[in-house]
Design a protein around this ligand. Structure first.
Ligand SMILES: CC(C)=CCC/C(C)=C/CC/C(C)=C/CC/C(C)=C/COP(=O)(O)O
Length: 297
């Protein structure tokens, strides 16, 4: 994950000249901004197609160029026709020979960056919806890991029924699992937060400088699925739970904390995590130690 992306010349992007320069938060880093070298790469990819340049031919031409030939042929009388064909490094070949999936992913990334920037209307006090920012930050706290962990621990402490304790114990397990999975993926993917984000979040872990996936979105969908399954609620309250999860996800993009894909994947991941929790459901039968230990306190 940490390996730098490369330009056609095999040079790490962002390591050099003006046209390839990228800053944290630029698309080359997976961040926001909507411009920069991410878009440049995407456009050059399309323009080579539009100009009728087959990427495969581009590869051949590149390999035939004097630059690539230099030093590649042995100095024998046999001439270039009998020499082994020069080869490009693997990653360069992939750049020059994009698959349909590659183009689709790059298009999705471009749309994601554009839409996220458009929706980031509360990213700063001076943004178009800057006055709503305090409300969005309140929502942020409502989905924060600390809020949910402390709330669950408090309810567990106050609970006087075995059934209640069992549900809360599993909610605690779900929250901890979610923190672990999100931290692992953030550390692996290392996608920068959008450039327009202000890093003024309430208590964060070191991996929270990265944005993929949104921890608030995973928690929102995990917790709301959990609540809908294990709490008997009237219909209006059930609708409220779903609305809370949806608005919390949307607020992450509006605050400029995330790109749309971070939140969409976060919702999906949280939903799947609930299935894991349900599958591994802790009960006095399969985890008696946990329940006995808690009961002794
Ligand atoms: C209290 C117990 C039992 C354990 C503590 C475990 C622990 C390490 C808690 C840390 C909680 C914490 C600081 C979570 C960070 C939440 C956060 C800011 C996520 C970022 O969300 P995102 O949507 O911006 O990705």
């Amino acid at each position: 994950m940490a390996s730098p992306r490369r330009s056609v010349e095999g040079r790490p992007l962002g390591a050099s000249a003006s046209s390839n320069s990228s800053s944290p938060g630029s698309p080359a880093h997976g961040g926001g901004g909507g411009g920069g070298s991410g878009r440049f790469e995407f456009q050059s990819l399309l323009s080579s197609r539009a100009a009728g340049v087959d990427p495969t031919c581009a590869r051949l031409r590149a390999s035939e160029s004097p630059v690539h030939r230099r030093g590649s042929f042995p100095l024998t009388a046999a001439g270039p026709s009998q020499a082994p064909p020069p080869t490009l490094p693997e990653e360069d070949r992939m750049d020059l020979n994009p698959s349909f999936l590659g183009i689709a992913l790059r298009s999705l990334l471009a749309i994601d960056l554009w839409l996220s920037k458009k929706l980031g209307v509360c990213a700063g006090e001076s943004s178009s919806w800057g006055s709503v920012r305090p409300l969005m930050k309140l929502l942020e706290i409502s989905g924060h890991g600390i809020t949910w962990l402390l709330g669950t621990l408090y309810c567990l402490y106050r609970s006087d029924s075995w059934a209640g304790r069992e549900v809360l114990m599993n909610l605690l397990f779900a929250l901890l699992l979610d923190l672990l999975v999100v931290a692992l993926i953030k550390g692996l993917v290392r996608r920068r937060r959008p450039a327009h984000n202000q890093m003024d979040m309430f208590v964060t872990l070191s991996v929270d400088k990265y944005s993929f996936p949104s921890g608030h979105a995973t928690r929102a969908s995990l917790v709301s699925r959990f609540i809908l399954k294990h709490l008997v609620l009237a219909i209006p309250l059930r609708v409220l739970v779903i609305l809370w999860a949806f608005i919390l996800g949307l607020s992450r993009v509006m605050l400029g904390r995330h790109n749309v894909t971070d939140v969409a994947f976060g919702f999906f991941l949280g939903y799947m995590q609930y299935s894991i929790v349900d599958y591994c459901w802790l009960s006095p039968h399969n985890a008696p130690v946990l329940f006995i230990l808690w009961n002794q306190q």
